[in-house]
Design a protein around this ligand. Structure first.
Ligand code: NAG
Ligand code: NAG
Ligand code: NAG
Length: 387
């Protein structure tokens, strides 16, 4: 009892305990804490009530989450994670400035170089969903901006440790079904072809933001909920390859591979820079529920833990950054936009992901063996606090 009182007495501990309980299945506490989890988390900061980066750093380490994606290069965050080994994708959306080689270099010198190697920045994303937007000047600036950031990294001797990429909406695809017929929007080919050539040349990954939630919300009558939530379902067969898809996300990933191949590139890796599911939405946002969000993220994490690849590339484990770490109260738009977080800003889990690293099988209805694991969890909390 005294132990619990101590544990729950400070902000950081009241935040930590639910986090640990959320992520560590009751009978797998030790191994879960030992090995890094294989998924990343988007750490968005459009909120006025989010915890300080040093607190977030401690939390993510205690969970063994070792990959984080930022939308900027917030020095407070990068400094807070120094020495942690956590891998960072940082962002810069200032395309116009970045096309200027001098300014690109100044930005890298100010926002990336000083944090290396103590903070492991492994990728810079230039712009976010530029090609699915309406700003044609930005579209034209995208590749030149990426090129000057890459050149700055080369000149500073950092290109070997920091990739350059950009994150696209899955909407840059004109067709994604069947996956083998995946194709980019024709009017974007003028941008995408040279972009793919650049990715291949520098060996950097192609990043996609994909939300099966949007497809379901748009046509709940025709899109199968189990199919978008990674729940058991008969799946759909791609008639060209005979590969069967039991979930939409994998179909979208393989559609991107097919679209790239159609443009001559089988040599670029696809990573999911954002995916997630809102736990709450407006009345017309069908499917935005706590239960569906828990199913989507929980099932996805189980597949990632199992190292599963897509039907087209079964040996390449899917590589995902979940959106998002926290609910962000200052995001504009429908209610769903402020409810993608796995956690409330005070660290309480929004729902139980039921994370179980051990297998793809449904997680056991836990809490049974929790009495034996509780001391371990509390010890970990205390160990953390005493750091
Ligand atoms: C572009 O860079 C200049 C400094 O060179 C800076 O003052 C300006 O704010 C930047 N533009 C944007 C849109 O951030
Ligand atoms: C850069 O991207 C490539 C392709 O995805 C990957 O193999 C490599 O490890 C990445 N480099 C770093 C420093 O993360
Ligand atoms: C797919 O299966 C059909 C029927 O079994 C077969 O005729 C066809 O050759 C297969 N196609 C591929 C690409 O394996």
């Amino acid at each position: 009892m005294d132990l619990c009182a101590v544990v729950l007495s400070s902000w950081s501990s009241s935040l930590l305990l639910p986090l640990l309980l959320l992520f560590l299945s009751a009978n797998d506490v030790t191994s879960a804490a030992a090995a890094p989890l294989k998924f990343g988390i988007n750490y968005g900061q459009i909120g006025n009530n989010l915890p300080h980066p040093t607190q977030v750093s401690g939390l993510l380490q205690s969970l063994s989450v070792n990959r984080v994606k930022l939308y900027d290069a917030d020095p407070a965050v990068l400094a807070a994670f120094a020495g942690t080994g956590v891998e960072f994708i940082v962002g810069n959306e200032d395309l116009r400035n970045l096309t200027d080689a001098r300014k690109a270099r100044a930005w890298v010198e100010q926002h990336v170089q000083p944090f290396l190697p103590a903070t492991r920045i492994t990728c810079v994303t230039v712009g976010n969903e530029v090609l699915s937007g309406k700003d044609t000047v930005a579209m034209q600036s995208l590749l030149p901006a990426m090129q000057s950031v890459h050149q700055a990294l080369v000149d500073l001797g950092l290109a070997g440790q920091v990739n350059v990429s950009t994150a696209h909406s899955v909407n840059i695809l004109a067709s994604s079904y069947p996956p083998s017929a995946g194709a980019f929007q024709e009017d974007l080919a003028q941008y995408i072809q040279p972009l793919l050539n650049f990715h291949a040349e520098i060996g950097s990954p192609f990043l996609i933001n994909a939300y099966p939630f949007f497809a379901y919300k748009a046509s709940p009558g025709s899109v199968s909920l189990p199919y978008v939530l990674f729940e058991p379902n008969p799946g759909v067969r791609d008639p060209n390859t005979n590969l069967t898809y039991d979930n939409m996300l994998y179909a979208q990933i393989d559609a991107v591979y097919a679209a790239m191949k159609a443009m001559g590139h089988a040599d670029i890796t696809v990573r999911i820079s954002e995916t997630g599911w809102p736990s709450k939405g407006d009345a017309d946002e069908v499917g935005a529920t706590l239960q569906n969000a828990a199913a989507y993220n929980g099932n996805l994490m189980k597949r990632i833990a199992a190292g599963q690849g897509t039907p087209l590339k079964p040996d390449v484990p899917v590589d995902v950054f979940v959106f998002a770490l926290f609910n962000e109260d200052m995001k504009p738009g429908p209610v769903s936009e402020r409810n993608y977080g796995l956690f409330y800003p005070n660290g309480t889990p929004v729902y139980n992901v039921g994370f179980d690293r051990a297998s793809l099988s449904p997680s056991p209805t836990t809490s049974t063996s929790s009495s034996s694991s509780k001391p371990t969890v509390i010890n970990k909390v205390l160990n953390f606090i005493s750091l």
